[in-house]
Ligand binder design. Structure first.
Ligand code: ADP
Ligand code: MG
Length: 380
């Protein structure tokens, strides 16, 4: 059980590359926090800085109110009382499962009977009670990852740090381990920081998610907050898979740069009367300014090309052509060519086919006052 406080934490690598910058984050006791971001966004750098494998070059880190790094203080990794699991289950090949799991206690000089008892306990917890004598080479990837998890929690750490710990596993094993991991941290009241680039995993598991980009935190919030009130177009695009339209905001109307696209403000209650625009810039005067509209795949309805549209419904705009439709658990993940722009839409209730002509109706869009230069495509 522990709180983690990161104040203005930064790390510049020796080659001058800025790995982290100005990280402000308070992780609560018993909280499961996901660190989410694209490859290269600084997730591993942040986790390694918390663990003590990297020294921050600015700012400070405290665990349970005690400074671990910064302000002239440095506590080495082994003294921080943290458990870690990496993607590549770094377990000793020459030790059996019990030997691997008990290693941290052996190192700490825990007497043998006590050690054996605790090993049996955690192996039971991770579902490996029958495998104590097996060598890692005779285990599946999922079992090896359970060994790594058992080893990380055997010394009752203050917090558990996981770096893409499940990413190398195949579904559905991965989904099962996800649930087991969550149950385990709940049972033990463990504070967990779980690094992942998998959006569904972060949103499904975490109490709160911190979204990283270029070494900086973009937003920290509950999964619902990230989906409903993204703070910028990057978060909207990375977390919700929103399509981003650069354009101009004038008098509360958004004019997309793409020719023919217009997202007029509607009341929100009259779903057929246009697009509900959400965002702070709408409240601040009528000055024309550059903006980005983010349209989530769940905010678009598709009407057959021939269906009559309400005269008020300027959101209809030009017809769109289905360019691909992938069947998924929640519907068809459909891509449209809409006046030259690519629009992603989640289609439920019917089967879109490549080449179908449809009329997209955008129910709502988040609008951010950002320079067009700041607009990024969908983060890979
Ligand atoms: P992530 O885990 O989100 O994929 P990393 O934390 O590994 O990202 O890397 C963040 C950035 O720091 C990347 O641009 C990466 O190239 C850079 N980086 C990572 N390790 C080093 C290093 N040892 N020296 C210089 N740059 C590094
Ligand atoms: Mg990484």
């Amino acid at each position: 059980m522990a709180t983690l406080e990161l104040n203005g934490l930064g790390h510049v690598y020796e080659n001058g590359h800025v790995g982290l910058s100005g990280i402000e984050l308070n992780i609560r006791d018993g909280e499961f926090l996901a660190l989410l971001g694209p490859s290269g966004s600084g997730k591993t750098t942040l986790l390694r800085t918390i663990a003590g494998f990297l020294r921050p070059t600015s700012g400070s880190l405290a665990i349970d109110g005690k400074t671990m790094a910064g302000e002239g203080t440095w506590v080495p990794p082994e003294k921080r009382g943290l458990g870690m699991v990496f993607q590549d289950h770094a377990i000793w090949p020459h030790l059996n499962v019990a030997g691997n799991v008990g290693y941290p206690l052996k190192l700490a000089g825990v007497p043998k009977t006590q050690l054996n008892g605790r090993v049996a306990e955690v192996l039971e917890q991770v579902g490996l009670a029958e495998y104590a004598r097996r060598k890692p080479s005779a285990l599946s990837g999922g079992q090896r990852q359970r060994v790594a998890l058992a080893r990380a929690i055997i010394a009752s750490p203050k917090a558990l740090l996981l770096d893409e710990a499940l990413s190398a596993l195949d579904e559905p094993l991965r989904a099962r381990l996800r649930l087991e991991l969550r149950a385990l941290t709940r049972e033990e009241g463990l504070t967990a920081v779980h690094v992942t680039h998998d959006r569904a995993e972060a949103l499904g598991l975490a109490d709160r998610v911190a979204v990283l980009r270029d070494g900086m935190i973009q937003q920290v919030g509950t999964p619902a907050e990230l989906l409903e009130t993204p703070v910028n177009s990057f978060v909207a695009s990375f977390v919700s898979d929103a399509t981003l339209f650069p354009g101009t905001l004038v008098d509360g109307n958004f004019h997309a740069d793409h020719p023919g696209l217009r997202l007029p403000m509607g009341s929100g209650s009259q779903r057929n009367h246009g697009t509900r625009l959400i965002g702070q810039p709408l409240a601040s005067g009528s000055r024309s300014r550059r903006a980005v509209a983010a349209v989530a795949p769940t905010s678009v309805r598709l009407k057959p090309a021939g269906s009559p549209i309400h005269v008020d419904n300027l959101a209809g705009g030009p017809l769109a052509r289905v360019t691909s439709a992938l069947y998924g658990r929640h519907g068809y993940e459909t891509s449209l060519d809409w006046a030259g722009a690519t629009l992603r839409v989640l289609v439920t209730g019917w089967t879109p086919k490549e080449g179908d002509m449809v009329r997209p109706l955008v129910d709502q869009a988040h609008v951010f006052c950002e320079e067009a230069g700041a607009v990024q495509g969908r983060a890979a």
